[in-house]
Design a protein around this ligand. Structure first.
Ligand code: PGA
Length: 269
């Protein structure tokens, strides 16, 4: 039998929470975790893991809190594929390492649609992350129009295969997270139905079997993202192939984060 994969709750803060708000958030989150033994216990036995993706200007607040909040992982919402150079406005993988980051989100639909990132760019970023010691959280997902035309599986497959073209099974096993984020569900309040999200996450795991083999695919964290909230997280996490959530709006406030964590803990019981 395959061991149960840990639950990963990842908060994508997008362009919210500068350093002051981040400091206040972490202070209150730390207090809440300390006073809730159930959460502390799940984090200690690694059945639950928490990660946040603040704007880059707030990363140092997470770095400063590494000793007080050792369970907290963090990363960026984007990264450039080159190590350094004349790329105004960009940051690189070695810079992320210097900030003690664990992850970077790659290929979020807002990057793809608002900033013109295509499969080719996403592939370079994934490769730069993995070779530089940062775990990419690769986002894939279809638009509403693509879903309505019945193209969801094909779109997800194309994005998955293109992004991971140069990743070995060994690398995928130790340093990869995939997030299924249907574009029509992001920031809209419309969540995918549990069974629809499961169907696509199962498809992603099948693609991982073909690409990397059974063992790596069985261990691969596959998240769902798109209007995840305290009221719907439980049903999503109960699905066999959904190992966590990438959460935007509901990750911005400590109270809703705690509700999300509690919902996740119920599925671990
Ligand atoms: P949302 O965002 O939870 O606000 O829909 C999710 C995401 O963009 O990752």
């Amino acid at each position: 039998m395959v061991a149960k994969r840990p639950v990963l709750l990842a908060g994508n803060w997008k362009m919210y929470h500068g350093p002051e708000a981040a400091r206040d958030f972490l202070c209150r989150l730390g207090e809440a975790v300390q006073s809730t033994p159930l959460i502390g216990a799940a984090l200690a036995r690694h059945s639950l893991s928490l990660a946040f993706f603040p704007p880059a200007v707030s990363l140092h607040v997470f770095q400063e809190n590494r000793d007080t909040l050792p369970f907290l992982k963090y990363g960026t919402q984007n990264v450039h594929w080159e190590k350094e150079g004349a790329f105004t406005g960009e940051i690189s993988v070695p810079m992320l390492r210097e900030m003690s980051c664990h992850y970077s989100i790659i290929g979020h639909s807002e990057r793809r649609h608002l900033f013109g990132e295509n499969d080719f760019i996403v592939e370079r970023k994934v490769r730069a992350c993995i070779s530089g010691g940062i775990t990419p959280v690769l986002c894939v997902g279809e638009t509403l129009e693509e879903r309505e035309k019945g193209h969801t599986a094909d779109i997800v497959e194309r994005q998955f295969i293109a992004a991971l073209e140069n990743v070995s099974p060994e690398e995928a096993k130790t340093s990869l997270v995939v997030a299924y984020e249907p574009v029509w569900a992001i920031g809209t309040g419309k969540t995918a139905r549990d069974e629809d999200a499961q169907e696509v996450c199962c498809h992603i795991r099948r693609l991982a079997v073909l690409r990397f083999g059974e063992e790596t695919a069985a261990a691969l964290p596959v998240l769902y993202g798109g209007s995840v909230k305290p009221g719907n997280i439980r049903g999503l996490l109960e699905q066999a192939d959904i190992d966590g959530a990438l959460v935007g709006g509901a990750s911005l406030h400590v109270e809703s984060c705690l509700e999300l964590i509690k919902g996740a803990l119920e599925t671990l019981a």
